[in-house]
Write a protein that binds this ligand. Structure first.
Ligand code: SF4
Ligand code: SF4
Length: 453
């Protein structure tokens, strides 16, 4: 009987992944409950009033439109023709770091996809001739012309590489350095390569052919240009016969791991350096012999944590029961962020001799964003900075002396936050910390030019 009833229900979506198609988007934007759960970390995870919020956007602008729920109302009003794109509307849609915190919280209770709705809303605005924001358009142009968003000459991409770093041209492992480590956070590229050298782990780099992964383009809604980057990068990696690609940038890692397969399948393996280093230590290929007598806390990058959870294949159908109620047959897997990379960085920190590691209040899939993502750092720097200062304060409250993370983009913004706040905290990437713990004559952390964008 149930089967008969279901057969009669109209299908509003059918697919093999959990990405929203047009019909699902239009149906889903009507189903926001206006409950505002997306502004907070789930109740059971709240440890204090001070650190109960999850959404940097609502924290900064304090008006419902600047939350996931608010943006979903905007999406609906646009579809219904009750709103037209305007400068003010664009600012609201783009003053969001796409950190995905709202997505995790909403799914605690609901079956909505707030992050996917925000991403698709931006794509729609771009396709209508609005967006990305002017400064984001500038960096997209730079990616097209110079393969990086910093408007730096492509030929300077390898300036981070010092002579004593050993590259193995015939290796089947590629270290994909990424734009931020290549041009702005060279110390991270350097430390990553040195740790791999210390473990005698052979790797190569793309001497002339490393291009932006496309994450800054995708996050701001220019899907067409993003697909160009996907094809450019997969073509070159496959042509070189690479078997494994290693990333020290959480943004590049997430983009390759989660977003690329939605556009084009590939058959190489991908690893974040925290996964690789953990594995090398477990196989006794990397030894941490030096005491690092510091107290540290760890910031989960959104792109290494909740947003790096891959989409699970779903071969099903959404059926409309009532105007605002639908069911998925079979049940659609919920991408809640719990399967992000959380253990690898923590295992590494716990293995460093002498190191004391203390957690912040908001961690793992409930982590608070550093404030830089979704094109915010370039388009709304004061918003990015305010969010970084909030996160730095949370780190200070642990009593740690050092904040560690595993992403060059978080590094840039959190360092800016430290300076702006006048904090006594220091920031290191986890690769730099590991280098301090490795007993090797070439293990010193080399601070390269610390210019900050
Ligand atoms: S997006 Fe989700 S959590 Fe936020 S108001 Fe809508 S239903 Fe509630
Ligand atoms: S993605 Fe982050 S900043 Fe944007 S609405 Fe969700 S929680 Fe807020």
């Amino acid at each position: 009987m149930l089967k008969f009833v279901l057969n009669k229900l109209p299908s509003i979506g059918k697919g093999v992944s959990t990405l929203l198609n047009e019909q699902e988007y239009n149906e889903m934007i009507k189903r926001c409950l206006r409950c505002s759960i997306c502004k907070w970390i789930p109740q059971l995870q709240i440890k204090s009033q001070k650190y109960a919020s999850i959404c940097p956007s609502i924290d900064m602008f304090n008006f419902h439109a600047y939350s996931a729920g608010g943006r979903i109302i905007i999406a609906l009003a646009l579809e219904m023709g009750r709103l037209k794109p305007s400068k003010e509307l664009m600012e609201i849609v783009y003053k969001c770091t796409e950190c995905g915190g709202c997505d995790v919280s909403c799914k605690f209770l609901n079956t909505l996809e707030p992050l996917e709705i925000i991403v698709k809303l931006r794509e729609k605005l771009v396709s209508l001739g609005y967006g990305p924001m002017p400064k984001q358009q500038k960096y997209i142009k730079s990616i097209k012309n110079s393969n990086n968003p910093y408007n730096e000459p492509h030929e300077n991409r390898l300036n981070w590489l010092s002579n004593d770093i050993k590259i193995e041209p015939d290796a089947k492992v590629l270290y994909f350095v990424g734009c931020t480590s290549s041009y702005r956070r060279k110390e991270i590229a350097n430390a990553t390569a040195r740790v791999m050298n210390a473990a005698n782990y052979p790797f190569k780099i793309l001497i002339e052919n490393e291009y932006c992964c496309g994450s800054p383009i995708l996050r701001t809604g220019d899907k067409k240009s993003f697909i160009n980057q996907v094809n450019k990068n997969i073509d070159i990696i496959e042509k070189k016969g690479i078997e494994t690609v290693v990333f020290s940038c959480a943004g590049c890692y997430d983009t390759f791991k989660v977003d690329y397969p939605l556009e084009r399948e590939y058959n190489f393996k991908i690893l974040h350096t925290t996964e690789l280093f953990n594995d090398l230590i477990e196989k006794s290929k990397l030894e941490l012999n030096n005491q690092v007598l510091h107290t540290v806390t760890y910031h989960d990058p959104c792109h290494l944590g909740r947003n790096s959870e891959p989409y699970e294949k779903w071969d099903g159908e959404s059926l409309q029961m009532m105007p605002l109620v639908s069911i998925n047959m079979p049940e659609k897997p919920k991408r809640c962020g719990a399967n992000g990379i959380y253990n690898s960085p923590r295992n590494l920190l716990n293995k460093i001799p002498g190191l004391k590691f203390i957690e912040m209040e908001r961690i793992k899939e409930y982590s608070y964003c550093c404030g830089a993502g979704g094109g915010v750092k370039s388009a709304f720097p004061e918003f990015a900075l305010k969010t970084a200062k909030t996160r730095i304060e949370e780190a200070e409250d642990t009593g740690a002396e050092i904040i560690i993370s595993a992403c060059p983009f978080c590094s840039t913004n959190l360092k800016d936050g430290i300076v702006e706040k006048g904090s006594n905290l220091s920031f290191y990437d986890i690769s730099e910390l590991l280098l301090m713990a490795i007993d090797s004559p070439t293990n010193s952390v080399k601070e390269s030019s610390m210019e900050v964008t």
